[in-house]
Ligand binder design. Structure first.
Ligand SMILES: [Zn+2]
Length: 392
């Protein structure tokens, strides 16, 4: 006896972004008047609505657009408290520095597991309502072996994409001994954390970790089977991007201050440049130049970088709009970066596309075209989200 899961056809989609050029027009593989068939947690069929096969259930999209669920490859969701006062002060003229993270470290250490679980769940749900169906979550507000391992365990309850960021800043207890903190991160803390994470990250920046320290952290992580990703070149020029490419990192994140050598390294390597325009928006800083990266042939991803200090937004549509308005991306490029680009940054082939075999993650927009994500900024266009075949 076989048990078949009920199949569902979503029909009358005005514009479907598949991100599979073999299925439709252009790099986004656009199909007009499209339908998508979902079987269990997978996409079973994609094509013109008039040719859709018979299914158990049918959902009429009513001429809306559909896109792959957004793939958010960079978030810091395991934290307690917020930093409203810091933001308010910064918007009154005080510059951002990496030190504000310590405020969140203190609040996070003091919080119960239940509080942290509830916070992560709330932000993941908030992102989901805005079309995000895959989210990476980092630690980095514990900065002791026990608190970092706790953060990773909590993150792992909400996602498969868990990143150990013990090297976010030097823990306050090691303010006078940064080398001692690097020894902790690459030693006992890594022992406690490696079993709970897929990725290792480091904030390579003045005031955080220099190139040699970042190299030590990432190399130790690689030896334990973790794959590197790097907070690189956010606040200043530095070695982060070239280190990321050299060590085969999946992603160099921020990429705001880049030399020609940095751009060349990204263009020649496998490392995705993940741009986080919410951070520049929320700190009144200069945006990264996405146009320059794209013209050089670099693979670009977008993420909101949701965190309580420098970018307290979970909204990928907001980042798509910023990328188009402020970073020289076309609407098509920005939507690709927020979906397929994020999947590349997480080395995932089962998400970021709507094509047969992919996980059934898609968002329906209350608009006839994905271009409206940039054309109608700030408008809540996401009207329905399927995650693993389930309408959420
Ligand atoms: Zn970050």
């Amino acid at each position: 006896m076989t048990t078949a899961t009920p199949t569902t056809a979503i029909t009358d989609i005005a514009t479907l972004v598949t991100n599979d050029p073999s299925l439709g027009e252009g790099p986004l593989g656009l199909i007009r008047d499209a339908a998508v068939v979902i079987d269990g947690d997978r996409i079973a069929w994609v094509g013109e609505s008039s040719k859709a096969p018979a299914t158990d259930n049918r959902v009429d999209a009513g001429g809306r657009a559909a896109i792959p669920g957004f793939v958010d490859s960079h978030s810091h969701l395991v934290f307690a408290g917020d930093r409203t006062e810091e933001f308010n002060a910064r918007m009154s003229g005080r510059p951002y520095s990496a030190g504000g993270i310590r405020t969140t470290v203190a609040a996070t250490r003091a919080a119960s597991n239940n509080v942290l679980h509830a916070n992560v769940g709330r932000y993941v749900a908030e992102a989901r309502r805005q079309g995000t169906t895959t989210v990476e979550i980092k630690s980095g507000y514990g900065l002791t072996s026990q608190d970092e391992a706790r953060a990773l365990t909590i993150a792992a309850a909400h996602t498969d994409e868990v990143t150990f960021l013990g090297a976010h800043i030097v823990a306050p207890e090691f303010a006078d001994d940064p080398a001692g903190y690097v020894d902790l991160v690459t030693g006992p803390m890594l022992d406690a954390c490696a079993p709970h994470a897929r990725w290792i990250d480091v904030f390579c920046e003045q005031g955080a970790f220099d190139g040699d320290q970042a190299r030590a952290v990432l190399t130790a992580g690689k030896e334990r089977g973790l794959i590197p990703r790097v907070h690189a070149n956010q606040l200043s020029y530095g070695p982060g991007v070239r280190l990321a490419v050299e060590l085969g990192a999946a992603s160099a994140d921020h990429c705001t201050h880049l030399t020609e050598q940095d751009v060349d390294a990204l263009a020649q390597g496998e490392t995705v440049a993940t741009l986080l325009p919410g951070a520049e928006f929320s700190t009144r800083s200069t945006y990264p130049d996405a146009r320059r990266l794209l013209d050089a042939g670099v693979t670009v991803a977008l993420s909101p970088d949701c965190n309580p200090g420098s970018s307290f937004t979970s909204s990928m549509p907001f980042c798509v709009a910023l990328a188009v308005r402020e970073m020289g991306m076309t609407p098509d490029e920005a939507v690709w970066a927020a979906t397929a680009g994020g999947a590349r940054a997480l080395r995932r082939t089962d998400v970021g596309r709507v094509s047969p075999g992919a996980r059934a993650d898609l968002a329906l927009l209350d608009a006839p075209s994905h271009v409206h994500l940039a054309y109608r900024p700030g408008v809540p266009l996401v009207s329905a989200v399927w995650h693993g075949g389930t309408l959420t």
